[in-house]
Design a protein around this ligand. Structure first.
Ligand SMILES: *Cc1c(COP(=O)(O)O)cnc(C)c1O
Length: 304
C-alpha cells in the first residue's frame, strides 16, 4: 500500500483471487458470498464465461479506434438501450457514472442556451466525484474540502419541495433541469415516492425543464426492470447509466430524447464507447434480457 494514495482509507485485508457467479475465493481458500457485487457492478456474476469469450474474441480482433470512425458495437448498444427502455433514446458513451453525469450536466447547460442554467437536486443524493457531478451531489461532507463547487446547483429535501419551488418561481428563476436518483443509493436505499415523481415529471414537461434520472446504480435491471424509470412509469429527458452496464468493464452512458442536444465538437471522450466496453455491454444486456424474459429477475418491490 506504500505507493497508493490514502483516499480509500484502510482497506479490508482480503485478496480475492477468483470468483464464480456470486461466490468469491480469497487467497486463504476461504469462500465469500459477494453481496457488494463491486458496488452494483458485477451484474452477470464473477467468472462469467460468455463475458470472458467476448473479451477474448474482441481483444484478438480490435480493442480501440477513436470516435472518428464507426464503431459497430457502439451503435448496436445504443439501439439496444433504446429498445429496452421502450422509447427513443440517443446515446453518448463514457467510462464511468460521473462522466455520464458530466455529459448530462453539459447537455442541460446547452439546452438552457445561457438563459437558464440552474439544476435542482436532492439532499443526500450521490452523482459522482468529478467536480461537476460532485457539485450535483447533495452531501456537504463530500464537497467541503473542494470548494468552490460548480455554480448553479440547488438542493431540496424532497421531490415535493422541488415541485413547490418550481410552481411558485417566476419564469426568470426556473432551473434548466432537475436531477434525481429514483432510489437513492449512497443516501441509504431511499426510494422516492412514485406519485410525487410522476407529478414532478408532468410539471417539468409543462415548463420545458429537463428531467435527468441518474440510473447509474438503479439501472440495468437492478430493481427488477431494465430501468427503474419503467417502474415509475416516466420517460425522462436524460438517463445516465454505468455500474452494471459493463459487468466489470468500465463504461458509462448518457442517453437522451434530445437527438440534437449536442452538435459536433460539443463533447467527447477518448475511450468512451470503444470496441471492448461496448461489445461486453451488449453481451451483458443480452444475458440479462434473457434472464428477465425467463422471469428470473422478477422482483416484486412494493415500496415504490
Ligand atoms: C456510483 C454512482 C455514481 C458515480 O459512478 P462512478 O462510475 O463511480 O463515477 C453516480 N451516480 C450514482 C447514483 C451512483 O451510484
Amino acid at each position: 500500500m506504500k505507493y497508493l494514495l490514502n483516499n480509500y482509507g484502510k482497506r479490508f485485508q482480503l485478496n480475492f483471487q477468483s470468483g464464480k457467479n456470486s461466490t468469491l475465493l480469497e487467497k486463504s481458500g476461504k469462500k465469500f458470498i459477494d453481496f457488494a457485487s463491486g458496488i452494483g457492478v458485477v451484474s452477470v456474476g464473477h467468472g462469467n464465461q460468455e463475458i470472458a469469450e467476448v473479451i477474448a474474441d474482441q481483444s484478438k480482433k480490435i480493442l480501440h479506434v477513436s470516435n472518428l470512425y464507426n464503431i459497430e458495437p457502439q451503435e448496436k448498444l445504443a439501439e439496444k438501450i433504446s429498445k429496452l427502455a421502450g422509447f427513443e433514446l440517443f446515446a453518448f458513451f463514457a467510462n464511468s457514472g460521473a462522466e455520464a453525469n458530466e455529459a448530462a450536466i453539459k447537455l442541460a447547460r446547452k439546452f438552457g442556451a445561457g438563459k437558464r442554467y440552474k439544476i435542482y437536486s436532492l439532499l443526500n443524493s450521490f452523482h459522482g466525484r468529478t467536480l461537476g457531478s460532485l457539485s450535483a451531489t447533495g452531501q456537504k461532507k463530500l464537497q467541503e474540502k473542494f470548494l468552490p463547487m460548480v455554480d448553479g446547483f440547488e438542493f431540496f429535501k424532497s421531490v415535493q419541495d422541488i415541485e413547490n419551488q418550481i410552481v411558485t418561481s417566476s419564469e426568470n428563476d426556473l432551473p434548466v433541469a432537475v436531477i434525481l436518483e429514483l432510489v437513492q443509493g449512497e443516501g441509504g436505499i431511499q426510494a422516492l415516492p412514485k406519485k410525487d415523481v410522476q407529478n414532478l415529471a408532468k410539471t417539468l414537461k409543462s415548463k420545458n425543464i429537463l428531467l435527468i434520472i441518474d440510473e447509474v446504480q438503479t439501472g440495468i435491471y437492478r430493481t427488477g426492470e431494465f430501468l427503474t424509470s419503467q417502474i415509475y412509469e416516466i420517460e425522462p429527458d436524460i438517463i445516465t447509466l454505468a455500474k452494471g452496464l459493463g459487468g466489470g468493464i468500465p463504461i458509462g452512458a448518457m442517453v437522451t430524447k434530445l437527438k440534437d442536444g449536442f452538435e459536433a465538437g460539443d463533447h467527447g471522450s477518448t475511450f468512451g464507447g470503444n470496441y471492448l466496453s461496448t461489445s461486453v455491454a451488449l453481451k451483458v444486456l443480452e444475458i440479462l434480457e434473457n434472464e428477465y424474459s425467463n422471469g428470473k429477475l422478477a422482483l416484486k418491490i412494493e415500496y415504490f
